[in-house]
Design a protein around this ligand. Structure first.
Ligand code: ADP
Length: 192
């Protein structure tokens, strides 16, 4: 089973992905986590990505698509994946489709986590305080930029997936538990 979780920064995609990993044995593919690892490892990609991420902008589509391709091909992903933070642009969504067709795979569910923006700002402020500023992009200025980039570049892929079918949404303003059960209902009895 392959799932895409969509939603703005701070919507709870990462939190819900972790639960899906535990409950459904899926592998979480978070492009944000992959990029942060590249930064921590000091790779060439990491060096390039850091400035872009710190500015709240998007890393180039071909780099992102290359990272996803590499992971999708690995045997650990055979049971299925949760795409978290990807695709973020129409070009990434189209690139993903082409890649999946080539690999004989498909997306089973696209789930949008909807939240209101004031709540997002508060959530990210809380996350920044709790993690002691571990993420250099969790500050009010960069968050405003990330939200703008979400509206300009990522929200346009919602209609793309509505056409695609199997698109649902959950109300992300509810508790983590309630959001998790709403996602569970969408996935139905499918275990992997
Ligand atoms: P959040 O969803 O909280 O904004 P992420 O961890 O998904 O955080 O992403 C952090 C940053 O990493 C983004 O602001 C962007 O710079 C970069 N990034 C992550 N995923 C992508 C992607 N699919 N395409 C382009 N840039 C990305």
């Amino acid at each position: 089973m392959n799932i895409i979780l969509l939603g703005p920064p701070g919507a709870g995609k990462g939190t819900q992905s972790e639960r899906l990993v535990a409950e459904h044995g899926l592998v979480q593919l978070s492009t944000g986590d992959m990029l942060r690892k590249a930064i921590a490892d000091g790779t060439e990609l990491g060096l390039k990505a850091k400035a872009i991420m710190d500015a709240g902008e998007l890393v180039a589509d071909d780099i992102i698509l290359g990272m996803i391709r590499e992971r999708l091909q690995s045997p650990e992903c055979a049971k299925g994946v949760i795409l978290d933070g990807f695709p973020r642009t129409i070009a990434q969504a189209e690139g993903l489709d082409a890649m999946l067709a080539e690999m004989g795979l498909k997306i089973d569910h696209v789930i949008e986590i909807r939240v209101d923006e004031d709540a997002l700002i508060k959530r990210i402020e809380t996350r920044a305080a709790e993690t002691g500023g571990a993420r250099s992009d969790d500050n009010p200025e960069v968050l405003a930029k990330r939200l703008k980039v979400y509206h300009d570049n990522t929200a346009p892929i919602l209609p793309y997936y509505r056409e695609y079918g199997n698109m649902s949404f959950v109300d992300g303003m509810q508790s983590i538990e309630t959001v998790a059960s709403a996602i569970g209902e969408i996935l139905g009895g499918q275990r992997n």
